[in-house]
Design a protein around this ligand. Structure first.
Ligand SMILES: Nc1ncnc2c1ncn2[C@@H]1O[C@H](COP(=O)(O)OP(=O)(O)O)[C@@H](O)[C@H]1O
Ligand SMILES: [Mg+2]
Length: 231
């Protein structure tokens, strides 16, 4: 039985003969490198199935065939005004589970963002997609690179969390709204008012948010956080 799938296509074959398309010069070599990089990680992930990582069905010489999803999280957020704290909690758990899992297998995503997270809205299940900037770093000699990539994933995850929580891009603004002591009053009429209340009254959620805003959090620590371990 055939399955629907998404096809991620790289401009390799079409432009191999003629490297210009109209006014645009196509960087064929760059496309080849990008394709090979993403393909090698997707093939590695094929042997490491995880419910929150996009499944790859296979590849051709310039395409990657992927499990099909209705939309990305950025689009979903733009369409859906009210997102509950339970939903944000569930998404964070799923993302941390995926990131902790791949890090344990020496893979670093490097591009965690709302548009690279795909969602099935009716179940709230999400998967991490777009492994085009990810790296496989199994070698202990690469400690500097590993540290860099670990931090990159943690910082990008924080950016996503802040967008989910506050709808704003600015970390400074978010810190003001959710400063660790929660002393500032946020406008109760904003959609964030309710979520902030939910955090205020849950000591575990409060502690998680404080960790997120600290300078030194890691993916491993967050994955082990009591709020993430709970229901
Ligand atoms: N498997 C998929 N199912 C449905 N939509 C997808 C899938 N993969 C990607 N998309 C959509 O295409 C967009 C671009 O894909 P992505 O892999 O992030 O490519 P790029 O490297 O160009 O950022 C995503 O933001 C998402 O909206
Ligand atoms: Mg992308």
């Amino acid at each position: 039985m055939g399955k629907w799938c998404a096809v991620k296509s790289f401009d390799i074959e079409i432009y191999t003969q003629d490297c210009t398309a109209g006014e645009t010069v196509i960087d064929v070599q760059g496309q080849k490198t990008a394709f090979e990089r993403e393909k090698s990680i997707m093939m590695r992930l094929q042997d490491l199935p995880h419910p929150n990582i996009i499944q790859c069905y296979g590849t051709s010489s310039f395409e990657i065939y992927l499990e099909l999803y209705p939309m990305n999280l950025g689009t979903y957020l733009n369409q859906t005004k009210k997102i509950s704290m339970e939903t944000i909690h569930s998404w964070m758990k799923q993302l941390l589970s995926a990131l902790e899992f791949v890090h344990n297998h020496h893979i670093y995503h490097n591009d965690v963002s709302l548009t690279n997270i795909l969602i099935v809205p009716c179940t709230n299940r999400i998967v991490l997609a777009d492994w085009g900037l990810s790296r496989y770093l199994p070698n202990l000699v690469d400690t500097y690179l590993i540290e860099h990539d670990r931090q990159q994933d943690a910082l990008n995850l924080r950016r996503v969390f802040i967008r989910l929580l506050t709808h704003c891009e600015s970390e400074t603004m978010a810190r003001m709204m959710y400063d660790t002591e929660f002393t500032l009053d946020v406008c109760p009429h904003t959609p964030d008012g309710q979520r902030r209340e939910a955090i205020l009254h849950d000591p575990q959620a409060r502690s998680f948010v404080s960790n997120m805003f600290s300078e030194t959090f890691t993916i491993d620590e967050l994955a082990q956080d009591p709020w993430m371990k709970g229901d």
